[in-house]
Write a protein that binds this ligand. Structure first.
Ligand code: DSN
Length: 417
Protein backbone atom coordinates (compact mmCIF):
# COMPACT_ATOMS: atom_id res chain seq x y z
CA UNK A 1 0.00 0.00 0.00
CA UNK A 2 2.28 2.77 1.20
CA UNK A 3 5.70 2.89 -0.35
CA UNK A 4 6.66 6.53 -0.12
CA UNK A 5 9.13 7.77 2.46
CA UNK A 6 9.29 11.30 3.78
CA UNK A 7 12.20 11.85 1.45
CA UNK A 8 10.17 10.74 -1.59
CA UNK A 9 6.96 12.46 -0.66
CA UNK A 10 7.46 15.66 1.34
CA UNK A 11 10.70 17.43 0.74
CA UNK A 12 9.39 20.61 2.40
CA UNK A 13 8.82 19.01 5.79
CA UNK A 14 11.98 16.92 5.44
CA UNK A 15 13.99 20.08 4.77
CA UNK A 16 12.57 21.77 7.88
CA UNK A 17 13.36 18.68 10.00
CA UNK A 18 16.90 18.66 8.66
CA UNK A 19 17.37 22.36 9.33
CA UNK A 20 16.11 21.87 12.89
CA UNK A 21 18.38 18.84 13.34
CA UNK A 22 21.31 20.96 12.19
CA UNK A 23 20.29 23.73 14.62
CA UNK A 24 20.20 21.22 17.47
CA UNK A 25 23.52 19.64 16.43
CA UNK A 26 25.48 22.86 15.94
CA UNK A 27 24.13 25.03 18.75
CA UNK A 28 24.16 24.91 22.54
CA UNK A 29 20.67 24.02 23.82
CA UNK A 30 20.34 25.53 27.28
CA UNK A 31 16.60 25.92 27.81
CA UNK A 32 16.41 23.95 31.08
CA UNK A 33 13.18 22.17 30.14
CA UNK A 34 14.65 20.74 26.93
CA UNK A 35 16.68 17.62 26.30
CA UNK A 36 17.64 15.16 23.56
CA UNK A 37 15.92 11.77 23.47
CA UNK A 38 17.76 8.61 22.43
CA UNK A 39 17.30 7.00 19.00
CA UNK A 40 15.43 4.17 20.80
CA UNK A 41 12.89 6.66 22.21
CA UNK A 42 12.55 8.25 18.75
CA UNK A 43 11.93 4.83 17.22
CA UNK A 44 9.10 4.01 19.62
CA UNK A 45 7.64 7.49 19.14
CA UNK A 46 7.62 7.07 15.37
CA UNK A 47 6.16 3.56 15.51
CA UNK A 48 2.91 2.14 14.16
CA UNK A 49 1.43 2.35 17.66
CA UNK A 50 0.23 5.77 16.55
CA UNK A 51 -2.42 3.99 14.45
CA UNK A 52 -4.37 2.56 17.37
CA UNK A 53 -7.31 3.85 19.39
CA UNK A 54 -7.39 2.53 22.96
CA UNK A 55 -9.69 4.62 25.18
CA UNK A 56 -9.80 3.17 28.66
CA UNK A 57 -7.12 1.33 30.58
CA UNK A 58 -5.33 -2.01 30.24
CA UNK A 59 -7.89 -4.83 30.35
CA UNK A 60 -10.79 -2.33 30.21
CA UNK A 61 -10.64 -0.73 26.77
CA UNK A 62 -13.58 0.50 24.73
CA UNK A 63 -12.11 -0.79 21.46
CA UNK A 64 -11.04 -4.24 20.33
CA UNK A 65 -7.53 -5.16 19.30
CA UNK A 66 -5.83 -3.64 22.32
CA UNK A 67 -3.91 -6.66 23.60
CA UNK A 68 -0.48 -5.37 22.53
CA UNK A 69 -1.30 -1.81 23.48
CA UNK A 70 -2.09 -3.18 26.94
CA UNK A 71 1.37 -4.76 27.08
CA UNK A 72 3.00 -1.44 26.24
CA UNK A 73 1.01 0.64 28.71
CA UNK A 74 1.38 -1.91 31.52
CA UNK A 75 5.13 -1.97 31.04
CA UNK A 76 5.34 1.83 31.07
CA UNK A 77 3.38 1.90 34.33
CA UNK A 78 5.43 -0.78 36.08
CA UNK A 79 8.72 0.89 35.08
CA UNK A 80 7.50 4.27 36.33
CA UNK A 81 6.45 2.68 39.64
CA UNK A 82 9.90 1.16 40.02
CA UNK A 83 11.65 4.41 39.09
CA UNK A 84 9.83 6.65 41.55
CA UNK A 85 8.44 4.24 44.15
CA UNK A 86 4.87 5.10 43.17
CA UNK A 87 1.77 3.20 44.29
CA UNK A 88 -0.29 4.15 41.24
CA UNK A 89 0.70 5.64 37.88
CA UNK A 90 -1.28 7.04 34.97
CA UNK A 91 0.88 7.44 31.84
CA UNK A 92 -1.86 8.81 29.57
CA UNK A 93 -1.64 12.60 30.19
CA UNK A 94 -0.66 14.23 26.92
CA UNK A 95 1.63 16.66 28.68
CA UNK A 96 2.25 18.48 31.96
CA UNK A 97 -0.56 21.03 31.76
CA UNK A 98 -3.29 18.42 31.08
CA UNK A 99 -1.85 16.28 33.89
CA UNK A 100 -2.19 19.17 36.35
CA UNK A 101 -5.69 20.03 35.18
CA UNK A 102 -6.78 16.39 35.54
CA UNK A 103 -5.50 16.35 39.12
CA UNK A 104 -7.40 19.53 40.06
CA UNK A 105 -10.65 18.17 38.63
CA UNK A 106 -10.06 14.66 39.93
CA UNK A 107 -9.38 15.59 43.54
CA UNK A 108 -11.10 18.96 44.06
CA UNK A 109 -14.40 20.75 43.49
CA UNK A 110 -14.85 24.05 41.63
CA UNK A 111 -14.21 26.91 44.04
CA UNK A 112 -11.78 24.95 46.23
CA UNK A 113 -8.63 26.75 47.33
CA UNK A 114 -5.19 25.71 46.09
CA UNK A 115 -2.04 27.21 47.59
CA UNK A 116 0.55 27.39 44.77
CA UNK A 117 3.75 29.29 43.99
CA UNK A 118 3.61 32.66 42.21
CA UNK A 119 4.77 32.38 38.57
CA UNK A 120 7.46 35.06 38.84
CA UNK A 121 8.95 33.26 41.86
CA UNK A 122 9.42 30.09 39.86
CA UNK A 123 5.89 28.63 39.75
CA UNK A 124 4.06 27.64 36.58
CA UNK A 125 1.14 29.02 34.56
CA UNK A 126 -0.93 25.94 35.46
CA UNK A 127 -0.35 26.58 39.16
CA UNK A 128 -3.02 29.25 39.16
CA UNK A 129 -1.86 32.15 37.03
CA UNK A 130 -4.80 34.50 36.40
CA UNK A 131 -4.51 34.12 32.59
CA UNK A 132 -5.44 30.43 32.80
CA UNK A 133 -9.03 29.15 32.77
CA UNK A 134 -8.17 27.08 35.86
CA UNK A 135 -7.94 30.33 37.81
CA UNK A 136 -11.62 30.99 36.93
CA UNK A 137 -12.64 27.62 38.34
CA UNK A 138 -10.45 27.14 41.42
CA UNK A 139 -9.40 29.70 44.01
CA UNK A 140 -5.62 29.85 43.70
CA UNK A 141 -3.73 31.65 46.44
CA UNK A 142 -0.08 32.26 45.61
CA UNK A 143 2.90 32.10 47.93
CA UNK A 144 6.33 33.50 47.17
CA UNK A 145 10.00 33.03 48.01
CA UNK A 146 11.53 35.32 50.65
CA UNK A 147 14.27 37.95 50.31
CA UNK A 148 16.94 35.22 50.58
CA UNK A 149 15.28 33.38 47.71
CA UNK A 150 14.05 30.49 49.87
CA UNK A 151 10.50 29.20 50.26
CA UNK A 152 9.52 30.79 53.56
CA UNK A 153 7.92 27.84 55.37
CA UNK A 154 6.68 29.98 58.29
CA UNK A 155 4.88 32.22 55.82
CA UNK A 156 3.56 29.21 53.90
CA UNK A 157 2.20 27.75 57.15
CA UNK A 158 0.56 31.04 58.09
CA UNK A 159 -1.04 31.27 54.63
CA UNK A 160 -2.28 27.70 54.99
CA UNK A 161 -3.81 28.50 58.38
CA UNK A 162 -5.42 31.69 57.00
CA UNK A 163 -6.77 30.30 53.69
CA UNK A 164 -7.48 26.67 54.67
CA UNK A 165 -6.53 25.31 51.19
CA UNK A 166 -7.83 21.95 50.00
CA UNK A 167 -4.49 21.45 48.26
CA UNK A 168 -0.92 22.64 48.75
CA UNK A 169 1.09 22.58 45.53
CA UNK A 170 4.88 22.60 45.24
CA UNK A 171 7.26 21.93 42.35
CA UNK A 172 8.44 24.69 40.06
CA UNK A 173 9.62 25.64 36.59
CA UNK A 174 12.18 28.34 37.37
CA UNK A 175 13.09 27.71 41.03
CA UNK A 176 16.60 26.39 41.46
CA UNK A 177 16.59 25.09 45.03
CA UNK A 178 15.81 21.81 46.79
CA UNK A 179 12.30 21.36 48.22
CA UNK A 180 11.63 20.23 51.81
CA UNK A 181 8.70 17.92 51.15
CA UNK A 182 8.44 16.60 54.73
CA UNK A 183 7.98 20.10 56.12
CA UNK A 184 5.38 20.98 53.50
CA UNK A 185 3.53 17.73 54.19
CA UNK A 186 3.48 18.57 57.90
CA UNK A 187 1.87 21.96 57.13
CA UNK A 188 -0.66 20.30 54.81
CA UNK A 189 -1.53 17.73 57.48
CA UNK A 190 -2.11 20.52 60.01
CA UNK A 191 -4.83 22.06 57.79
CA UNK A 192 -6.10 18.84 56.20
CA UNK A 193 -4.86 19.71 52.70
CA UNK A 194 -3.97 17.30 49.90
CA UNK A 195 -0.28 17.47 48.92
CA UNK A 196 0.60 17.82 45.24
CA UNK A 197 4.07 18.15 43.69
CA UNK A 198 4.73 19.02 40.06
CA UNK A 199 8.22 17.62 39.48
CA UNK A 200 8.26 18.22 35.71
CA UNK A 201 11.62 19.98 35.72
CA UNK A 202 13.46 17.76 38.16
CA UNK A 203 11.96 14.30 37.51
CA UNK A 204 15.22 13.05 35.99
CA UNK A 205 17.23 14.33 38.95
CA UNK A 206 14.83 12.54 41.31
CA UNK A 207 14.88 9.34 39.22
CA UNK A 208 18.68 9.53 39.26
CA UNK A 209 18.69 9.86 43.05
CA UNK A 210 20.09 13.41 43.05
CA UNK A 211 17.13 15.28 44.54
CA UNK A 212 14.51 14.60 47.21
CA UNK A 213 11.65 12.40 46.03
CA UNK A 214 8.12 13.47 47.02
CA UNK A 215 6.41 10.44 45.46
CA UNK A 216 6.39 8.14 48.53
CA UNK A 217 5.23 11.03 50.73
CA UNK A 218 2.78 13.18 48.76
CA UNK A 219 -0.77 12.38 47.74
CA UNK A 220 -0.17 13.14 44.09
CA UNK A 221 2.81 13.99 41.90
CA UNK A 222 2.68 15.14 38.28
CA UNK A 223 5.50 15.35 35.81
CA UNK A 224 6.35 15.78 32.19
CA UNK A 225 8.50 13.07 30.70
CA UNK A 226 10.59 15.15 28.30
CA UNK A 227 12.73 17.37 30.51
CA UNK A 228 15.49 15.99 32.77
CA UNK A 229 13.76 12.58 32.50
CA UNK A 230 14.81 12.58 28.82
CA UNK A 231 11.75 10.89 27.39
CA UNK A 232 9.22 11.90 24.74
CA UNK A 233 7.07 15.04 25.08
CA UNK A 234 4.30 13.89 27.45
CA UNK A 235 2.92 13.82 30.99
CA UNK A 236 2.35 11.40 33.86
CA UNK A 237 0.53 11.34 37.18
CA UNK A 238 1.69 9.32 40.20
CA UNK A 239 -0.46 9.03 43.28
CA UNK A 240 -1.25 7.07 46.39
CA UNK A 241 -3.57 4.13 45.81
CA UNK A 242 -6.45 5.90 47.56
CA UNK A 243 -6.58 8.50 44.74
CA UNK A 244 -6.08 6.02 41.88
CA UNK A 245 -9.72 5.76 40.76
CA UNK A 246 -10.34 9.50 40.93
CA UNK A 247 -7.16 10.28 38.96
CA UNK A 248 -7.80 7.67 36.26
CA UNK A 249 -11.38 8.84 35.85
CA UNK A 250 -10.29 12.45 35.57
CA UNK A 251 -7.74 11.69 32.84
CA UNK A 252 -10.18 9.49 30.91
CA UNK A 253 -13.07 9.98 30.34
CA UNK A 254 -13.07 13.21 32.34
CA UNK A 255 -10.59 15.17 30.35
CA UNK A 256 -8.88 13.32 27.51
CA UNK A 257 -9.85 10.95 24.71
CA UNK A 258 -7.72 8.22 23.16
CA UNK A 259 -4.23 7.92 24.65
CA UNK A 260 -1.22 8.33 22.36
CA UNK A 261 0.22 4.84 22.68
CA UNK A 262 3.27 5.51 20.50
CA UNK A 263 4.11 8.20 23.02
CA UNK A 264 3.44 5.85 25.94
CA UNK A 265 5.78 3.27 24.37
CA UNK A 266 8.45 5.96 24.09
CA UNK A 267 7.87 6.84 27.77
CA UNK A 268 8.40 3.16 28.64
CA UNK A 269 11.71 3.15 26.75
CA UNK A 270 12.84 6.33 28.52
CA UNK A 271 11.91 4.85 31.91
CA UNK A 272 14.00 1.76 31.11
CA UNK A 273 16.90 4.06 30.24
CA UNK A 274 16.43 5.96 33.51
CA UNK A 275 16.53 2.67 35.43
CA UNK A 276 20.06 1.93 34.14
CA UNK A 277 22.92 2.67 36.58
CA UNK A 278 24.46 5.20 34.16
CA UNK A 279 21.41 7.44 34.45
CA UNK A 280 22.54 8.24 38.02
CA UNK A 281 25.85 9.49 36.61
CA UNK A 282 23.93 11.58 34.10
CA UNK A 283 21.78 13.16 36.81
CA UNK A 284 24.86 13.83 38.96
CA UNK A 285 26.64 15.49 36.05
CA UNK A 286 23.64 17.74 35.28
CA UNK A 287 24.00 19.19 38.78
CA UNK A 288 27.79 19.43 38.63
CA UNK A 289 27.51 21.29 35.33
CA UNK A 290 24.94 23.72 36.78
CA UNK A 291 27.29 24.35 39.72
CA UNK A 292 30.16 25.00 37.30
CA UNK A 293 28.05 27.61 35.49
CA UNK A 294 27.01 29.11 38.84
CA UNK A 295 30.72 29.62 39.67
CA UNK A 296 31.38 31.34 36.33
CA UNK A 297 28.43 33.72 36.68
CA UNK A 298 29.27 34.51 40.30
CA UNK A 299 32.83 35.33 39.29
CA UNK A 300 31.58 37.62 36.52
CA UNK A 301 29.27 39.62 38.79
CA UNK A 302 25.85 38.25 37.79
CA UNK A 303 22.93 38.35 40.19
CA UNK A 304 21.62 34.78 40.53
CA UNK A 305 18.03 34.51 41.73
CA UNK A 306 17.48 32.29 44.79
CA UNK A 307 21.22 32.69 45.52
CA UNK A 308 22.35 29.95 43.12
CA UNK A 309 21.32 26.43 42.25
CA UNK A 310 20.75 22.98 43.76
CA UNK A 311 19.36 21.52 40.55
CA UNK A 312 19.78 21.83 36.78
CA UNK A 313 18.94 25.49 36.23
CA UNK A 314 19.90 29.07 36.93
CA UNK A 315 17.66 32.11 36.86
CA UNK A 316 19.82 35.15 36.19
CA UNK A 317 18.86 38.79 36.63
CA UNK A 318 20.67 40.13 33.57
CA UNK A 319 18.97 43.53 33.79
CA UNK A 320 20.38 44.32 37.24
CA UNK A 321 23.66 42.60 36.47
CA UNK A 322 24.55 43.99 33.04
CA UNK A 323 21.81 46.50 32.09
CA UNK A 324 20.33 44.32 29.34
CA UNK A 325 16.80 42.90 29.35
CA UNK A 326 16.02 39.19 29.27
CA UNK A 327 14.65 39.55 25.75
CA UNK A 328 17.78 41.35 24.52
CA UNK A 329 19.97 38.71 26.14
CA UNK A 330 17.95 35.89 24.55
CA UNK A 331 18.26 37.50 21.09
CA UNK A 332 22.00 38.10 21.48
CA UNK A 333 22.56 34.53 22.66
CA UNK A 334 20.52 33.18 19.74
CA UNK A 335 22.88 35.01 17.41
CA UNK A 336 25.78 33.39 19.25
CA UNK A 337 24.30 29.89 18.79
CA UNK A 338 23.27 29.53 22.45
CA UNK A 339 19.56 28.94 23.16
CA UNK A 340 18.13 30.14 26.49
CA UNK A 341 14.80 31.71 27.42
CA UNK A 342 13.90 35.11 28.76
CA UNK A 343 12.22 34.75 32.14
CA UNK A 344 10.58 36.79 34.87
CA UNK A 345 12.52 37.14 38.11
CA UNK A 346 10.74 37.27 41.50
CA UNK A 347 8.39 40.30 41.57
CA UNK A 348 9.82 41.42 38.25
CA UNK A 349 9.20 45.13 37.66
CA UNK A 350 9.41 44.50 33.91
CA UNK A 351 6.81 42.97 31.54
CA UNK A 352 6.62 39.18 30.90
CA UNK A 353 7.56 39.56 27.22
CA UNK A 354 10.60 41.68 28.09
CA UNK A 355 11.53 40.64 31.61
CA UNK A 356 14.66 41.15 33.68
CA UNK A 357 15.96 37.62 33.57
CA UNK A 358 17.08 34.66 31.56
CA UNK A 359 16.68 31.03 32.57
CA UNK A 360 19.20 28.44 31.48
CA UNK A 361 20.14 24.90 32.38
CA UNK A 362 22.37 21.94 31.72
CA UNK A 363 20.27 18.79 30.95
CA UNK A 364 20.69 18.89 27.16
CA UNK A 365 24.40 19.76 27.12
CA UNK A 366 25.02 17.04 29.71
CA UNK A 367 23.28 14.52 27.43
CA UNK A 368 25.84 15.46 24.76
CA UNK A 369 28.61 14.55 27.19
CA UNK A 370 29.74 18.03 28.17
CA UNK A 371 31.29 18.44 31.61
CA UNK A 372 32.65 21.16 33.91
CA UNK A 373 35.47 22.22 31.53
CA UNK A 374 32.97 22.89 28.74
CA UNK A 375 30.64 24.71 31.15
CA UNK A 376 33.46 27.11 32.01
CA UNK A 377 33.86 27.89 28.31
CA UNK A 378 30.10 28.11 27.73
CA UNK A 379 29.63 30.43 30.72
CA UNK A 380 32.34 32.65 29.34
CA UNK A 381 30.68 32.78 25.90
CA UNK A 382 27.34 33.63 27.51
CA UNK A 383 28.95 36.50 29.39
CA UNK A 384 30.72 37.70 26.22
CA UNK A 385 27.45 37.60 24.26
CA UNK A 386 25.61 39.54 26.96
CA UNK A 387 28.20 42.28 27.32
CA UNK A 388 28.53 42.52 23.53
CA UNK A 389 24.83 42.13 22.78
CA UNK A 390 24.82 44.87 20.13
CA UNK A 391 27.98 43.69 18.37
CA UNK A 392 26.83 41.29 15.64
CA UNK A 393 30.39 40.54 14.50
CA UNK A 394 31.42 39.43 17.99
CA UNK A 395 28.26 37.33 18.32
CA UNK A 396 28.98 35.68 14.96
CA UNK A 397 32.52 34.87 16.15
CA UNK A 398 31.12 33.18 19.26
CA UNK A 399 28.73 31.21 17.05
CA UNK A 400 31.68 29.90 15.02
CA UNK A 401 33.47 28.82 18.21
CA UNK A 402 30.26 27.22 19.52
CA UNK A 403 29.97 25.23 16.32
CA UNK A 404 33.53 23.98 16.68
CA UNK A 405 32.82 22.78 20.22
CA UNK A 406 29.64 20.96 19.20
CA UNK A 407 31.59 18.94 16.61
CA UNK A 408 33.39 17.26 19.53
CA UNK A 409 30.02 16.21 21.02
CA UNK A 410 28.00 14.77 18.13
CA UNK A 411 24.34 14.39 18.91
CA UNK A 412 22.69 12.00 16.44
CA UNK A 413 25.56 10.60 14.34
CA UNK A 414 23.46 7.67 13.10
CA UNK A 415 20.16 9.44 12.55
CA UNK A 416 19.41 9.78 8.87
CA UNK A 417 15.99 10.49 7.38
N1 DSN B 1 7.34 25.27 29.20
C1 DSN B 1 7.94 24.55 30.31
C2 DSN B 1 9.21 25.16 30.74
O1 DSN B 1 9.95 25.60 29.87
O2 DSN B 1 9.53 25.20 31.92
C3 DSN B 1 7.04 24.39 31.45
O3 DSN B 1 5.79 24.01 31.03
Amino acid sequence: MYTHSLKDFDSDILASIKREQDRQETGLEMIPSENFVSPAVLQALGSILTNKYSEGYAGKRYYGGCEFIDEVETLAISRAKQLFGAEHVNVQPLSGAPANVAVYFGLLKPGDTILGMDLSHGGHLTHGHPVTYMAQIFNFVRYKTNAEGKIDLDNLRQMALDHKPKMILVGYSAYSREIEYEKIKAIADEVGAITMADIAHIAGLIAGGQMNNPVPLFDVVTTTTHKTLRGPRGGMIMCQEKWAKAIDKAVFPGFQGGPHENNIAAKAVAFKEALQPEFKDYAKQIKKNAKALEAVFNAKGYQLCFGGTDNHLLLINVFESKGITGKEAQIALDKAGITVNKNMIPDDPRAPMDPSGIRLGTPALTTRGMKEAEMKQVGDWINQAIINAKDDAKLANIKTEVKELTKKFPLYPTLNY
